[in-house]
Design a protein around this ligand. Structure first.
Ligand SMILES: Nc1nc2c(ncn2[C@@H]2O[C@@H]3COP(=O)(O)O[C@H]4[C@@H](O)[C@H](n5cnc6c(=O)[nH]c(N)nc65)O[C@@H]4COP(=O)(O)O[C@H]3[C@H]2O)c(=O)[nH]1
Length: 740
């Protein structure tokens, strides 16, 4: 079949169109395939990017400056799917993301970047990964990704890396550095050869060595001479072997001074398991040790005398008891108190008192030997523990030795000497008690009894003493009310002048008739009043009462009489006694020459130096001064010479046997002669018989006093006695013929 031209043309055109279509289809197909390949490539590259992002664990963010919001993107755990930190595609206010404390600094960093002051935005701050999640430290970096027409940054994008861990480590390091720097303890890091690797400032402060002087040096440069080198070697061996040492040791500073330190040494173990470094911490404990020693000393010793105190005494006594129980022997406790120490302390001053206590401590320790415990409990109370005694009598023997040792004066410096006597009480284990407290109590009780028995003596405890102590306590309580209750009165014992046979004076003697206890002898209550200090008040009352009595008698026409009043040493030592006397004499309108004050010999002798001044003041007033009970104390006429004494009263103990005991007769006669040679008037006390009186007349004694003449009399009876007695002549041989 033949085709027309039109048909041919049409056919040609159709064929061409088909070809064109086929070509277009081919192109399109090719294009689609290329697009698909490109997309696949893009996806692969995105995937790789995502994987990389996931692997870094970083957070991507994109900050819009205009609205101060941030978009954050972080990849999920699988790394295949992106996970928005917030709502996908959502934006968050910056203030919601960054920790409030870090916000200002982060903004400032951003501002610096936006102002062109930094090449990139860098900030370390805390962010929350999720709304309720914990805060985590990140280091954020970013750069501008968009700018406006004028070139101003409108968007900044970047990433944030978690730095919590490194920041923690750094922070720990910083703290550790600071701790080391500010530590009071010296820290030295040593290598395995014990050479210094590092030291802290405290090390320099304590050892005196600067860091540069020790680094690389051996630690033994600090070894002291207090230990031998084997000691230090041994410690280093322990540190190497155990990786640890803790203890005390002496070390030497750069200036050579040695110091005691507490050392704590620990090995730092390397990855291979062996010690690579040793960290040693040294604390200077020299002062602490000294303080501890001082505390221990203070807890156990008396600082004044350096003797053990009560606490150490109890400890030693307990141990002594245990030993004695085991070995079947005795322990004695000697409780010692210095007689009239309080008065001496008050008059000489406390500094001198302290010196006396120190000298006493020394004398005691010397007497009993250094192996026996001598302790000071308080004030002037000392205790001695005697061990290994086979018999109780050995304790008596030591007590006697102590008393004798105190006959020699105590030297208390400045060429000053003091004579002081002790009173001692003794208790024994196992005889009196089994425990320290009881033994001490009983020795104290015995000491009290020794004091009551006239001081300067010792007594062994017995059960009856407790009763007596209780009685004394009750009596002392009653005595306190005696003045207020008007329970005191005075009696008067006349004194006779042997040459004129006239009554020349009386001695006022105190009587106490208590409501509860009846008549209590002065020998019992005067010591109690002295102990409690009441004697001051009572003594003043006696003085006033006696002066008023004399004044009344004078008004009754008795002239030329003198009144003798006993004065306790406390009255003399405390306060202004001469002034008290002056006032009382003035009130009573008495001539001071009519008053004689009697002081006991032992007291005057022991305190000669301090009392002399007061005695002089009294003498200046015109008052006579007598030494009472002469012969019972120190009987030192040499001492007497130094005191402004006018009268000496021989104690009745000598007079009692003066006619039967040649020794007493000789003593009495010597006292009279020597007293006269010193210009003193002599009065014999306790004259009970005519024979005694005769003897005294023969010895030229000036006055007598005693039952032979008259007993102490009530005021009115005494007045009657004196009135009824006209002076009588004495016999030719000097002995008065008439009996009283
Ligand atoms: N055996 C005997 N004794 C005689 C004889 N003549 C007198 N006496 C007693 O001897 C003591 C003498 O007094 P003293 O030695 O001062 O001894 C006094 C004195 O030291 C003290 N005393 C008395 N009154 C006071 C006072 O007011 N103040 C002070 N501080 N002490 C006083 O009490 C001590 C004892 O006083 P008294 O018991 O009254 O004892 C008095 C007296 O009664 C005698 O012939 N034979």
């Amino acid at each position: 079949m033949r085709l027309s031209a039109f048909e041919g043309t049409l056919l040609t055109m159709l064929a061409g169109s088909a070809l064109l279509l086929a070509g277009v289809v081919t192109v399109l197909t090719l294009q689609r395939r290329a697009g698909q390949r490109a997309l696949a490539k893009l996806r692969r590259s995105e995937e790789r990017l995502r994987m990389a992002l996931w692997a870094t664990g970083e957070l991507f963010w994109d900050y819009e400056c205009g609205n101060d919001t941030v978009f954050r993107l972080r990849l999920g755990a699988s790394g295949t799917e992106p996970t928005d930190a917030e709502e996908p595609g959502g934006r968050l206010e910056v203030a919601e993301v960054i920790h409030p404390d870090d916000l200002d600094e982060a903004r400032a960093a951003m501002q610096r970047y936006l102002d062109g002051e930094s090449d990139e935005f860098v900030s370390e701050h805390r962010i929350r990964q999720s709304p309720d999640g914990p805060w985590a430290w990140v280091r954020a970096r970013g750069r501008a990704v968009e700018r406006d027409d004028e070139g101003r940054v409108t968007r900044v994008a970047g990433n944030s890396i978690g730095i919590s861990r490194s920041r923690g480590v750094e922070r720990e390091r910083q703290i550790a550095r600071e701790v080391l720097r500010s530590m009071n303890e010296a820290v030295a890091v040593l290598d395995r050869h014990f050479r210094f690797v590092a030291v802290n400032p405290a090390f320099t402060r304590i050892s005196g060595y600067a860091e540069g002087e020790v680094l690389g040096q051996e630690a033994e440069m600090l070894d002291s001479t207090q230990h031998d080198s084997a000691f230090y070697q041994h410690i280093r061996t322990i540190v190497r072997r155990d990786g640890h040492f803790s203890g005390e040791m002496w070390q030497r500073r750069k200036d050579g001074e040695e110091f005691l330190c507490a050392l704590e040494c620990n090995a730092v173990v390397g990855t291979a398991g062996s010690s690579v470094l040793f960290v040693c911490v040294l604390t200077d404990i020299t002062l602490q040790k000294r303080a501890e020693q001082e505390l221990r000393y203070l807890a156990n010793f008396d600082t004044l005398t350096n003797l053990p105190n009560r606490s150490l005494l109890s400890e030693r006594l307990s141990r002594a008891i245990v030993r004695a129980r085991r070995e079947g022997n005795h322990v004695a406790v000697l409780f010692l108190d210095l007689d009239r120490f309080k008065d001496i302390n008050d008059s000489l001053g406390h500094a001198a008192g302290d010196r006396i206590l120190r000298a006493t401590a020394k004398r005691l320790q010397e007497t009993v030997g250094e192996h026996q415990t001598v302790a000071r409990l308080s004030g002037d109370e000392f205790t001695i523990v005697l061990e290994n005694l086979a018999a109780a009598e050995e304790a008596d023997h030591v007590a006697r030795e102590i008393i004798t040792s105190f006959e020699a004066p105590l030297e208390i410096g400045n060429r000053q000497e003091v004579v002081i006597s002790p009173s001692i009480g003794i208790s024994l284990y196992p005889d009196h008690a089994q425990v320290p407290t009881e033994l001490l109590k009983q020795a104290d009780t015995a000491m009290y009894q020794a004091k009551s028995a006239g001081r300067r003596t010792y007594m062994r405890y017995d059960d009856a003493m407790d009763v007596s102590i209780r009685k004394r306590a009750i009596l002392s309580g009653a005595l306190r009310k005696a003045l207020d209750h008007d329970e005191f009165r005075l009696v008067y014992q006349p004194r006779l002048a042997l040459d004129s046979s006239a009554i020349v004076g009386v001695e006022a003697l105190l009587r106490w008739n208590g409501a509860e206890h009846g008549a209590v002898p002065p020998d019992e209550f005067i010591p109690l009043a002295e102990e409690s200090g009441q004697i001051l008040e009572i003594g003043e009352w006696v003085l006033r009462e006696a002066c008023l009595a004399l004044r009344r008698w004078q008004q009754h026409g008795l002239a030329g009489l003198s009144m003798a009043v006993n004065v306790s040493v406390l009255q003399l030592l405390r306060g202004n006694f001469p002034e008290v006397v002056r006032r009382i004499l003035e009130d009573a309108r008495l001539d001071p020459r009519s008053l004689e004050l009697e002081l006991t010999e032992s007291v005057l002798m022991a305190n000669a130096g301090q009392t002399a001044e007061k005695l002089l003041a009294l003498r200046k007033l015109g008052v006579s001064l007598a030494i009472d009970d002469f012969g019972t104390g120190y009987s030192s006429l040499a001492y007497l010479k130094r005191l402004p004494i006018t009268t000496l009263k021989i104690d009745k103990a000598f007079i009692r046997d003066v006619t039967t005991d040649p020794e007493d007769a000789a003593i009495t006669s010597t006292i009279i002669t020597m007293a006269h040679s010193l210009g003193l008037r002599v009065v014999a006390e306790g004259v009970e018989t005519e024979a005694q009186m005769r003897f005294l007349v023969g010895q030229n004694c000036d006055e007598i006093q005693g039952f032979w003449l008259a007993r102490p009399l009530e005021a009115h009876a005494c007045l009657a006695f004196m009135r009824g007695r006209a002076p009588q002549r004495l016999c030719a041989d000097g002995v008065r013929a008439a009996m009283p």
